[in-house]
Structure formats: structure tokens, C-alpha cells
Ligand binder design. Structure first.
Ligand SMILES: Cc1cc2nc3c(=O)[nH]c(=O)nc-3n(C[C@H](O)[C@H](O)[C@H](O)COP(=O)(O)OP(=O)(O)OC[C@H]3O[C@@H](n4cnc5c(N)ncnc54)[C@H](O)[C@@H]3O)c2cc1C
Length: 399
């Protein structure tokens, strides 16, 4: 069998660009196709930790990532009068704020600039149909005709359409009962370097986080049965969000105004992707497309970066792509399974519906934030500084 050389990566975000970097480093000829007209730079903070941080350092991007962190100092839980119920500074073991918090868009930008001159990138197009031939894969794009590759790697995120063409009904979505919406908003006097989390009636959570661009990042989560909202046109999604939040208090009027005019809304259902196989013939998938763990785990970026590193590394090592795909799955699958486990009651219990429920959850946050509880959790802070090894990263030889 001839070793694969020419590879198409579909999706130009965290997984796709990391994959492109490592494939290029192992001597493959890489094309990335991204359906948006440019990089998608929206979203809030993502954590770069554990194996992802080790890989970023191998890519010699550690300093660049560190200097682009959001400067968030911790998280405050506030009630709808904006009174602080509990606060967890970054160094507290259970704080959501991690050592390296970077805007998702900043990380995408950094990855893109690291690799863009060594690969081909098509923006504003996508795979329309895909067919495996005897010794290649033929793709037909929406706009630029046909092209053949030795391998096609899907990194299209949770809503991947090429994945559905290739793997179809095999793919299961474990919906967690939540929708999430992310948007960039103007900084207001109430915003600071502290993230603010506010539970509101109607099973809604607002999460406001500082960024390093002079703006603020808003996330709205709400509990709901699965109703296909993520497939609605953006104008409908905006209407729905406004309807949901307009009467729930806190800074909702400010958010409504922002929703009316935003151009970077990212609206998704919070679902884990469960796929029995991550490869079929000459096609494989990586990142959220294959094993989205949801933002609730805080591990989406980690899995995407680690999966990309291992997939590229195995392809670099094996002459037979089948062996490479098999090894990638063998190494990654236990880590993905561990990451996708979630504690009972999460996220349902944290999103109460009624005024009483909101008061109860705030009382719980307050208890967790009390001096005594902080003292106890800080005993475990060392654990946060030195997390135990989650996956043994293989070392691969450069081309
Ligand atoms: C705009 C945006 C905002 C986000 N905000 C947050 C956030 O605030 N917090 C958080 O935890 N996670 C967020 N995420 C998800 C997060 O990026 C991922 O969970 C994680 O980083 C794994 O990345 P990924 O590359 O696998 O998937 P994604 O980051 O979802 O990237 C998939 C990429 O593929 C592209 N794409 C999709 N379909 C096709 C297609 N058919 N052909 C070609 N390209 C395609 C998309 O435009 C996107 O660039 C966001 C994702 C996006 C796209």
C-alpha cells in the first residue's frame, strides 16, 4: 500500500488547525476547508490545560497563548440584584477560572497564523458529497468542483454535516437538556476582571466573562426539552432568546439590546457526541465532531487538541492508514470515555426553574463559598496546580 500523502481536513477551528499543523510537520500535503468566509472567532474562554497544554508547548505556542489570556481573576456568583453570593478566585481548587483561559477565537487565530503559509486553506466552501474510490476519496464541494485526496479528516464540530453523510445513524447525541448561546457584548460598568454567574428564574443562567479586547463575553444557558432550536435561522434564534430572557431581571435589558444587534451569535444544544467508530475507510473524524464532551466538562478544547495530535502522529508513523486510524482510536477512546462521564444531576440541579429554586441554589453557592468551605477546598489546591496525568501522550518522530 502506498502511504497517504494528500489530506483534506474539513473544519478550520481548534481540532482542524491543530491537525493541519501536525500533519504538515509529518510531511503531508494538507488542505483545510472551512465553511465560513473567514475564521470563526466567536465564543467565550476556553481552558488550555493538561495534555492540550503539553501539546501547545510542543508546537512552541506556549508563550503566545500565555500572553493572550483573558486576565480573568476568578468567578463570582451573584443574585439578580447583583449582590455577590459567593466568590472563587482563580487559585481556589473549585474555581471555574483556570490557569490558562484564552478566548476561543484568539486560540483559533494563533493556530491559523502558525500554519497558514504551509498549507492550502479554502474559506467559504464545504463538502457537498463524498465518495470513497478504490485508492482515494473524491469530494465535490459546494462551489469549487471536485477534488480527490488520499484521506479526508472531519473536524467540523458538533453539527458536522459530512460526518452525517459518512457515519449516518451511527452517531448518537446525548442531549443534556440545555441550550447555550454565546455572544460578544459591550463592556459595562458592572463588568470587571471577575466572571459573574447569575441564576435567573425559568432555568436560565447568565455567565458574563471579561476578555482582553475591551469587550465582554456573554453566555446564556437555558434548560429546555430538545426542540431543534440550533437549526433555526439566526434571526429566529435571537427572537427566541429575547423572549426567554426579557422578563427575568438582572442585566437582561442590556442583553436584549445586545442580542438585537449582534453579528456573532453562536447558538448550540448542549449534547455529547457518541460515535461507535471514528473512522470508516479513508475517512476519520476528530474533535467535537467525533466526541464532543460539551462545555460543561471544560474539556472540549483538550480533547480536540489531543485527538488531533494523536491522529496526525499515528498517520505519520504508520504506512497503512487503517493501522493509524485504529491506533488513534485505541489511544483516545479511554480518555474520551472518562471525560464524557458526568456527575449525577448535572446540569439539571444547577438550573432551577422557580424563584424558590433560585434562592436554594444561591444558598448552596453561598455555603460552598464560605470561609470554611474555601479553606477545605484550598487544601486541595495543590491538586489543581499539579493535575494527575490524564492520558499518556505518545512521542512521535518528525518527518
Ligand atoms: C463560533 C463558535 C463559538 C464557540 N464558543 C465556545 C465557547 O464559548 N465555549 C466553549 O466551551 N466552546 C465553544 N465552542 C466549541 C469549541 O470550539 C469546541 O468545543 C472545541 O474547541 C472543539 O473544537 P472543534 O474544532 O472540534 O469544533 P468547533 O470549534 O466547533 O469547530 C468546527 C469548525 O468547523 C466548521 N464547519 C462546520 N461544518 C463544516 C462543514 N460542513 N464544512 C467545513 N467546515 C465546517 C465550523 O465553522 C468551525 O470553524 C464554539 C465553537 C464555535 C464554532
Amino acid at each position: 500500500m502506498k502511504k497517504a500523502k494528500k489530506i483534506l481536513v474539513s473544519g478550520g477551528s481548534i481540532a482542524g488547525l491543530t491537525l493541519a499543523y501536525w500533519l504538515n510537520r509529518y510531511g503531508f500535503e494538507v488542505t483545510v476547508i472551512e465553511k465560513s468566509d473567514g475564521l470563526r472567532l466567536g465564543g467565550q474562554n476556553i481552558d488550555v490545560k493538561g495534555p492540550a497544554w503539553a501539546i501547545i508547548q510542543k508546537m512552541e505556542l506556549g508563550q503566545e497563548i500565555e500572553s493572550a489570556t483573558t486576565t480573568e481573576v476568578g468567578i463570582r456568583f451573584v443574585n439578580t440584584k447583583n449582590a455577590v453570593v459567593a466568590e472563587f478566585p482563580k487559585d481556589n481548587a473549585i474555581s471555574m477560572t483556570q490557569e490558562i483561559e484564552i478566548l476561543r477565537g484568539d486560540m483559533v487565530n494563533i493556530l491559523y497564523h502558525k500554519i497558514k503559509d504551509s498549507i492550502t486553506v479554502y474559506f467559504g466552501d464545504q463538502i457537498n458529497s463524498i465518495h470513497e474510490l478504490e485508492d482515494s476519496v473524491e469530494v465535490t464541494y459546494n462551489k469549487r468542483g471536485k477534488e480527490t485526496f488520499d484521506l479526508v479528516l472531519i473536524a467540523e464540530g458538533i453539527g458536522s454535516t459530512t460526518r452525517q453523510q459518512v457515519f449516518g445513524r451511527e452517531i448518537k447525541f446525548d442531549y443534556l437538556g440545555l441550550y447555550s448561546a454565546y455572544l460578544t457584548i459591550e463592556k459595562a460598568p458592572t463588568d470587571s476582571r471577575w466572571a459573574r454567574w447569575c441564576n435567573a428564574i425559568g432555568a436560565i443562567v447568565f455567565l458574563v466573562r471579561p476578555d482582553n479586547h475591551g469587550t465582554t463575553r456573554l453566555c446564556i444557558f437555558f434548560r429546555s426539552p430538545e426542540l431543534g432550536y440550533e437549526k433555526l435561522p439566526i434571526a429566529e434564534q435571537k427572537k427566541l432568546l429575547i423572549q426567554k430572557i426579557q422578563d427575568v431581571g438582572w442585566e437582561a435589558p442590556r442583553f436584549v439590546k445586545e442580542l438585537e444587534q449582534t453579528t456573532d451569535l453562536y447558538f448550540e444544544r448542549v449534547s455529547q457526541v457518541k460515535a461507535p467508530h471514528w473512522h470508516k475507510g479513508r475517512i476519520a473524524m476528530v474533535g467535537d465532531a467525533a466526541y464532543c464532551p460539551t462545555p460543561i466538562t471544560g474539556k472540549g478544547t483538550d480533547l480536540a487538541v489531543t485527538g488531533a495530535y494523536i491522529l496526525a502522529g499515528e498517520l505519520g508513523q504508520h504506512k497503512d492508514y487503517n493501522h493509524a486510524f485504529g491506533a488513534y482510536e485505541n489511544i483516545m477512546r479511554p480518555y474520551v470515555n472518562k471525560t464524557q462521564k458526568r456527575p449525577p444531576g448535572v446540569p439539571r440541579l444547577v438550573y432551577p426553574e422557580s424563584r424558590f429554586g433560585v434562592a436554594v441554589i444561591n444558598a448552596i453557592f453561598s455555603l460552598a463559598g464560605s470561609r470554611f468551605a474555601k479553606f477545605i477546598t484550598n487544601l486541595f489546591s495543590k491538586k489543581k496546580a499539579q493535575p494527575k496525568e490524564e492520558i499518556q501522550l505518545p512521542e512521535y518522530q518528525d518527518a
